[in-house]
Write a protein that binds this ligand. Structure first.
Ligand SMILES: C[S@@+](CC[C@H](N)C(=O)[O-])C[C@H]1O[C@@H](n2cnc3c(N)ncnc32)[C@H](O)[C@@H]1O
Length: 252
């Protein structure tokens, strides 16, 4: 498979002037509005190791995006609980969690090509048989490839905060997508979100609380579950006095 090129290149993150914001695709007679995405792809810089990992290991651990239901048992070569991770970044946390939970399968979705390479390199180096990777927009993957009531859990760690008010519409965790995620969980399955942006944390808490399919496992924010390792980025933030908010909800 190839890395995602939905916006013409690799590299992701909240950019200063999202190119696709409210910009219609000109078609001459009519204009079709582009969907508002939670990421902006920019030309990403692959290290030689990341490039090699994509070339060698995407055919082994990668799953191509296709707008049809994915057979999870076939994808992992066994029947086991599957946890979906959205936006794994460089895959540091993904690999650590997958190594600690060999009986669970982890499906990671990321649009940032160098990050995909970084996770693939870790998966290979640690011989992790329980990780698969899709390089595509998670909203499309969840909509078209993940069957209802098929996931044991969903991880969304440090989603892009889109701090400017006019960009809040790009935030990943909004009611329609949360409803979709909730429908993909088995009964009792969990949705674990972590963010270091206080106002996004409160917005997420409100959206998850309003979702009738979910219930909160805590009074509001949850203590960090031991299953989520602290990243270097988070440790540095903590030293600077920044907070982190974990939310753990389950499907009724
Ligand atoms: C702020 S980073 C956090 C990365 C990682 N989870 C961590 O904790 O370090 C957010 C990541 O989500 C990815 N992302 C944002 N929207 C996405 C989408 N719709 N589908 C897949 N990945 C997405 C971005 O490319 C970026 O790597």
């Amino acid at each position: 498979m190839t890395v995602y090129d939905g916006d013409g290149g690799a590299g992701a993150g909240p950019g200063p002037a999202p190119a696709d914001e409210a910009v219609p695709i000109a078609t001459g007679a009519a204009a079709i509005p582009r969907p508002i995405r939670s990421f902006v792809l920019r030309q990403g810089r692959f290290s030689p190791a990341q490039e090699r990992a994509c070339r060698e290991f995407l055919p082994v651990y990668g799953i191509d995006y296709a707008p049809r239901a994915l057979d999870l048992d076939a994808a992992f070569g066994r029947r086991a609980p599957v946890v979906l991770e959205i936006g794994f970044g460089m895959g540091e946390t993904t690999a650590a969690i997958a190594a600690a939970q060999p009986a669970t399968d982890f499906l990671g979705i990321e649009v940032h090509g160098p990050g995909v390479g970084a996770l693939l390199a870790r998966v290979h180096a640690q011989s992790l048989a329980n990780v698969r990777v899709i390089c595509h927009d998670a909203v499309e993957v969840v909509t078209h490839m993940i069957a209802p009531e098929s996931l044991a859990g969903v991880h969304v760690f440090f989603p892009d905060p889109w701090p400017k008010k006019r960009h809040h519409k790009r935030r990943l965790l909004q009611a329609p997508f949360v409803r979709l995620l909730a429908q993909r969980l088995v009964a009792g399955g969990y949705l674990h979100v972590a963010t270091d942006w206080e106002d996004y944390a409160h917005a997420i808490l409100a959206v998850l609380t309003a979702e009738a399919l979910l219930f909160n496992t805590a009074a509001d924010f949850a203590p960090r579950p031991d299953t989520r390792p602290i990243t270097k980025f988070e440790a540095r933030g903590a030293r600077l006095g920044h907070g982190t908010w974990d939310l753990v909800f389950r499907r009724r």
